[in-house]
Ligand binder design. Structure first.
Ligand code: ADP
Length: 518
């Protein structure tokens, strides 16, 4: 009954957990995601617009410097005037063999010497690596390279953005390379397009692929904050315009909600898993109990039938006077008596067991002399012992304290233990019973019943106390039994606050130890 209630409660819990899971799972997936999606979209548009504007500005100024329609001579003449742009640091004009022309360098450098030194570095280090000679690079079209150039200070190891063009004017070819002023770009251009943190709704940054911030305040990483990044493609490629949400409270609230939701979801999943495992176990247990029950029914029916047919047979003989004299009549009557006692005990066992299974009001405790109770139980089995040609050694410690016990139940337990020794260990010829004080975790009285029979397989030593369980070895033999004797003994022992255990080495007998606390 209680188990059924538990299973029902579990099924209900699993269902509730599943509904919770679906509900929270849905809101978990939708809430933050949909808000982030909308917000992200808006921020992405802003970032794209910024990138577009900044690049357009640079491209416009570059286009002026590349001045498409001029012959080389005219171009060199006009170069200082053309090159004087805010975001340009140097311009180099190269001949068709990609050598810097005599008048072909312009620089914003502080001194002439510095300008010359930079030109030399440019020719030696940068020029060979620009894809000017690449035949697939179309004429009169701007291209660019943004990267760090190796080499010693002061030029090496820094970011440079070079824009360049191969100019074809009639049958003349020359090249123009612009070094954009990255310092100016970072200090002025970005500042102009990305508003101050205090004033703006968003946080603006320029970062590289590794997350290093080149412009703007250090701010939370993508994982902590909603942000979008749009790459520059026409100028400082590998750099990104990053727009992040500044007001974190909305998102924090959502995140907190999300965390709670994940906890609820985790809990629901755990409940479902645990519930399933329990239900599976309960089903297995129930199935096993059912198997044992049907086995029990057939065992008990068999147990009832055998003594009954013996009684019927000998009763009939007596009634018909088919005896050879008064001695045989007494013998038949004794058989009938023995079998009735046996039948009565079986019925007692079954009824007690049924009472225990139903629970409640089973025991009737009272102060009693345990030695008396045990002696009485021994008396009751003496005759059966004699029939099996067995003897019993009884050793009861004198002056044992009185304990609270249900004398009938305890007698039944003792008799069950001795009965089992008669049934299963009659080859051993002897049973030893001891009742004595012992001290384990607490003061207790221990009753041990030892036989010298076949013993019990270690694997089955726990199972034999389960209801309906009968050991494999006896199932094949014609030894009658119902599998409830030891279950009853254990129930009685536990009801008295004690327990029962067995120690056995196969082939050397078994010792059952039943103890009660004092
Ligand atoms: P039953 O005797 O009706 O089968 P019990 O619950 O009394 O049921 O015992 C359970 C099983 O434990 C028995 O079937 C038997 O296999 C085993 N058993 C009990 N007592 C002994 C014993 N003294 N020696 C060997 N096996 C035993």
């Amino acid at each position: 009954m209680r188990r059924l209630l538990l299973v029902n409660a579990l099924i209900f819990a699993v269902l509730a957990a599943a509904v919770t899971l679906v509900y929270y799972g849905y809101s978990y997936a939708s809430s933050l995601a949909s808000r982030d999606r909308e917000q992200g979209q808006a921020m992405h548009e802003i970032a794209e617009e910024k990138v577009l504007n900044i690049e357009a500005l640079i491209l416009r100024e570059d286009a002026d410097v590349f001045a498409k329609e001029l012959s080389l001579e005219a171009y060199l003449d006009k170069l200082p005037e053309l090159a004087r742009k805010a975001h340009i640091r140097s311009v180099f004009v190269l001949d068709e063999h990609r050598k810097v022309l005599l008048d072909g360098s312009w620089s914003r450098a502080a001194t002439v010497k510095e300008g010359v030194a930079f030109r030399d570095w440019f020719e030696k280090t940068v020029l060979p690596e620009l894809p000017l000679a690449d035949p697939s690079f179309p004429a009169n079209t701007r291209d660019h390279v943004h990267r760090v150039w190796a080499g010693p200070a002061p030029w090496g190891g820094k970011h440079y953005l070079f824009s360049f063009m191969r100019k074809v004017q009639g049958d003349r070819t020359y090249y123009v390379v612009i070094e954009e002023d990255l310092v100016h770009l970072l200090d002025s251009v970005f500042r102009q397009y990305f508003p101050d943190v205090e004033k703006a709704k968003y946080v603006y940054q320029v970062t590289d692929a590794n997350g290093k911030v080149w412009y703007g305040p250090e701010f939370l990483r993508d994982t902590d904050v909603l942000s979008v990044s749009v790459p520059f493609s026409e100028t400082v490629d590998q750099w990104f315009a990053r727009v992040s949400e500044k007001d974190l409270t909305v998102r924090e609230q959502l995140q907190r909600k999300r965390m709670i939701e994940s906890l609820v979801i985790g809990g629901a999943i755990t409940v479902i898993l645990v519930g399933f495992v329990f239900i599976l176990l309960a089903i297995r247990r129930e199935r096993r109990a059912n198997e044992l029950k049907s086995e029990f029914i057939s065992n008990v029916s068999h147990e009832l039938k055998t003594p009954l047919s013996i009684i019927t047979m000998f009763g009939e003989m007596l009634a018909n006077g088919r005896t050879k004299g008064p001695e045989q009549s007494t013998e038949y009557a004794e058989i009938i008596w023995r079998e009735s006692v046996r039948l009565g005990r079986l019925i007692d066992n079954v009824l007690d067991f049924a009472k225990i299974e139903r629970g409640k009001g089973v025991y009737d405790f009272a102060e009693a002399d345990i030695a008396d109770v045990v002696e009485r139980a021994v008396d009751l089995v003496q005759r059966r012992l004699a029939t099996a040609s067995m003897t019993i050694d009884v050793d009861i410690e004198p002056e044992l304290p009185h304990v609270k016990l249900d004398a009938n139940a305890f007698t039944l337990a003792v008799m069950n233990l001795i009965d089992n020794a008669i049934k299963y260990a009659s080859d051993g010829k002897k049973v030893e019973l001891r009742l004595a004080r012992a001290t384990k975790a607490e003061e207790r009285i221990e009753l041990t019943v030892r036989d010298f029979g076949p013993g019990i397989d270690p694997e089955e030593q726990q199972q034999i106390f389960e209801r309906f369980y009968r050991a494999r070895a006896v199932r094949l033999k014609p030894i009658r039994g119902s599998g409830i004797g030891l279950a009853l003994v254990r129930h009685i022992a536990r009801a008295h606050g004690g327990d029962v255990e067995v120690a056995s080495v196969p082939g050397q007998g078994s010792t059952f130890r039943l103890w009660l606390p004092i």
